[in-house]
Design a protein around this ligand. Structure first.
Ligand SMILES: C[S@@+](CC[C@H](N)C(=O)[O-])C[C@H]1O[C@@H](n2cnc3c(N)ncnc32)[C@H](O)[C@@H]1O
Length: 259
């Protein structure tokens, strides 16, 4: 099986990702490489190992944007103002951060609320499986379509123009620490007060969702906020430890971990 080969040759473990979307993506690579069967594709991988890199970049979906689903960020802005002190730094984690849009959005939101001193103590860890995505996140340079949800006022305050693109200003970039981390295989970060893991679980099968959730649960402090994608929920084995905000409304999957 191709997924076993990818794992044994490269250590990338997609074996418990949902098969339907993986198959679509692998078939797309077969088409682009001009081969018509999986066995021919395996031969191609042996002949031309650089194909692994192209395959890898196709296997993960890195679609994101600043303030994706703006209602989630509006809701969080209200919660943070209600529950957190503006004078205390926040340790947060964006797991599966793609090209960094989500982590910088959170940094912007927090910078609008926290005092200078608290901002100095705030750290947002932002991690992804894909090294290239992390490199792009560190460059912090985005096309117009990535910032479609960013108001003119925020664009002015938190970005500068760079050859037709938008570059995030240094004070916001400085709040985010990027790193490559495979949440399936690596240990997690710890003691975070806010944890975003949006639109990552949708690619995992149920068993993998539970295995990974154990790491998220370890990472999040009691009373901390968990933000999932709108189609994602806390796995049933953990649901007694999490309260979903009923006020959060349809399509907003925000939870508080029990104290
Ligand atoms: C659709 S993007 C979500 C980006 C962002 N969280 C959002 O909702 O806009 C999914 C991200 O999960 C990452 N991902 C997939 N498997 C992962 C893993 N095992 N560990 C860490 N990140 C992973 C992908 O590389 C991709 O960047």
């Amino acid at each position: 099986m191709l997924l076993e080969k990818i794992f044994s040759e490269r250590g990338w473990d997609f074996r418990d990702y949902k098969r339907s979307s993986l198959k679509r993506r692998i078939l797309k690579r077969l088409g682009a490489a001009g081969v018509s069967s999986f066995s021919d594709y395996r031969d191609l991988l042996d002949r031309d190992p650089s194909e692994y890199t192209r395959l890898f970049s196709n296997l993960t979906v890195k679609v994101s944007e600043f303030f994706r689903e703006p209602s989630v960020f509006d809701f969080l802005a209200g919660e943070v103002r209600r529950d957190f002190s503006p004078d205390e730094g926040i340790r947060a984690w964006c797991c599966g951060c793609a090209h960094g849009e989500e982590a910088y959005s959170l940094a912007i939101l927090l910078s609008e609320f926290l005092s200078e001193e608290a901002l100095g103590q705030t750290k947002i860890f932002a991690t992804d499986l894909d090294h290239e995505a992390i490199d792009a996140a560190r460059r912090a340079r985005y096309r117009e379509e990535s910032v479609a949800n960013v108001s003119a006022e925020r664009r002015e305050r938190f970005f500068f123009r760079d050859n037709g693109c938008y570059k995030v200003k240094y004070n916001i970039r400085n709040m985010v620490k990027f790193g490559a981390l495979d949440i399936v295989r690596s240990p997690s970060i710890s003691k975070v007060k806010m944890l975003f893991c949006r639109n990552v679980f949708i690619y995992f099968n149920k068993a993998l969702q539970e295995k990974v959730f154990e790491k998220l649960d370890y990472a999040l402090k009691p009373g901390g906020l968990l933000v999932l994608g709108k189609a994602e929920v806390v796995p049933s084995a953990f649901s007694s430890g999490y309260v979903r905000y009923s006020s959060s409304g349809k399509g907003i999957s925000v939870y508080r971990k029990a104290e």
